[in-house]
Design a protein around this ligand. Structure first.
Ligand code: HEM
Length: 458
């Protein structure tokens, strides 16, 4: 299924993505580029070879683009791979030892307790909350003059934040969106990328300028969220039957199916932070990129509008789901999954040592020339009935795979489908001409300058 790299003078619509470069970079050069924007740092080799392996003076490094190798790392021998030190440096200040970062017995305990919170019955109970929040946003759009301009990235961030805060804390109690969003943006700007200084050995007790700048947003999150948790604990102690049905109540009251333990103080707090962070930005970006892709491909926009007009059951929206999956392929909101090997191993015939940095990049994997036809182009039919099955499970990883697969997958797909179908029923979004759309990886894959669109009623 190999296909050639796209030509620069290709006349079809090629959704925004950097062209793979052919420059030869030093180790420091690679680190600098990765720190700026990983998705622009990958060269042609990354998109054409199944593996890239290098022993450098910083760390041994393995990039895995072969689905069988990915399966080995994420599933078959997963316990030999810990969340990478780089990833932990970026996320631990905010997410502590919550589900995303925990390892070993602590992770197993947290996953057992959290898994029931994402069961279909809870997700079904969250659907009306999602619909209600989407309807409020769309009512606000309806009040605008036809053709008004919005930033789709910002609008989706606002909406998914509203949904995660209502599903976590119920209505009315939440951090103010504006303050939360600017604190989050500052955190991601300062902590959401690999630090060259740290990677080459700056000791952790010396704060970088970015670490210092991240202190204010972190203090803000900690203060606001600890107040919310403390208030709910008091409410649950006083009158458990009256507590709202939301994630916070579940985090405070769900018992380990093995042994009955509850989450402790730190586990509740770290997972509240984890759900806020992991639970809205990713889905918002997925939606923003989808709206962008639909604006570039009006024939798909029309087909989806027709589907959502005739069908309201989320499970029956086949084309909408295909478009979402294709959008998650082209713009995976979590573009890099990184691990450090604990002991030595052999991956795809390559012998690696302990503490090798192993990178699996959904961004690269989803655009790999050995795995996809015309990978840089939008073609939702890849996910159509009959063709979906031929995609290797480990070639398509928007939500990861193996035991550490995203726990919020069902939640976010339900949410994205509800929001997208609600938008498409009422509105057509048009891309404002002349803007630079630039995918930028800051932990998540964001449109660097937003996505400016005009809202038209259908
Ligand atoms: C489009 C939306 C989302 C995407 C693309 C996404 C992507 C991912 C990926 C790739 C992983 C695996 C990371 C790894 O293996 O290193 C992951 C893990 C995780 N995600 Fe998501 N996620 C999304 C939405 C959500 C939501 C809505 C929540 C919670 C409400 C959530 C919570 C988590 C948690 C807690 C983990 C860690 C699971 C564990 O290690 O046991 N995610 N996510």
């Amino acid at each position: 299924m190999a296909s050639v790299l796209p030509l620069h003078n290709d006349t079809r619509v090629r959704p925004a993505a950097p062209f793979p470069h052919n420059r030869k970079l030093s180790t420091l050069g690679v680190l600098r580029e990765m720190s700026r924007n990983p998705v622009a740092a990958f060269g042609t080799g990354a998109y054409t070879l199944p593996y890239a392996y290098a022993r450098t003076w910083v760390q041994d490094f393995l990039m895995v683009n072969d689905p069988e190798g990915v399966k080995h790392v994420l599933l078959d021998n997963w316990s030999n791979y810990a969340k990478s030190i780089q990833f932990q440096r970026l996320t631990r200040p905010a997410l502590g030892n919550g589900l995303v970062n925990a390892e070993g017995a602590s992770w197993r305990f947290q996953r057992r307790v959290a898994a029931p919170m994402f069961q279909p019955r809870h997700l079904a109970a969250f659907a009306p909350v999602m619909t209600e929040a989407a309807d409020e946003t769309l009512a606000a759009w309806s009040a605008l003059p036809d053709g008004s301009e919005i930033d789709a990235a910002e609008a989706m961030m606002h909406l998914t934040y509203e949904i995660i805060s209502r599903t976590l804390f119920s209505r009315g109690v939440a951090m103010n969106f504006g303050k939360m969003a600017s604190a989050l943006a500052l955190y991601l700007e300062t902590q959401g990328r690999v630090s060259v200084l740290r990677t080459i050995g700056l000791p952790s007790w010396i704060p970088t300028w970015d670490d210092l700048r991240a202190r204010a947003p972190l203090a803000y999150f900690r203060k606001e969220l600890s107040q919310l948790v403390a208030a709910r604990r008091r409410q649950l102690d006083a009158s458990p039957a009256d507590a709202p049905h939301d994630f916070l109540t579940l985090l405070l009251s769900t018992r380990d199916p093995e042994g009955g333990a509850l989450f402790g103080e730190a586990e509740v707090f770290d997972n509240v932070m984890t759900f806020v962070f992991a639970g809205h930005e990713t889905t918002a970006n997925a939606l923003a990129w989808t709206l962008y892709l639909l604006a570039l491909h009006p024939q798909w926009d029309v087909r989806l509008a027709e589907e959502v007009h005739n069908e309201s059951e989320v499970e029956r929206l086949v084309l909408t789901r295909m478009v979402l999956e294709e959008s998650l392929r082209l713009y995976p909101p979590a573009p890099i999954i990184s691990r450090d090997s604990i002991g030595p191993d052999t991956v795809g015939g390559i012998e690696i040592r302990a503490n090798t940095s192993v990178m699996i990049s959904p961004w690269v994997l989803h655009r790999h020339r050995l795995l996809w036809n015309e990978p840089d182009y939008f073609d939702p039919d890849r996910f159509g009935p009959g063709r979906r099955e031929s995609i290797h499970r480990f070639a398509y990883l928007p939500f990861g795979a193996g035991p550490r697969v995203c726990i919020g997958m069902g939640f976010s797909l339900q949410e994205a489908t509800i929001i997208l179908s609600a938008i498409l029923r009422q509105f057509r979004l048009e891309l404002l001409p002349g803007q630079a759309i630039e995918p930028q990886a800051r932990l998540t894959l964001r449109p660097r300058h937003g996505i400016r669109m005009r809202v038209h009623r259908r």
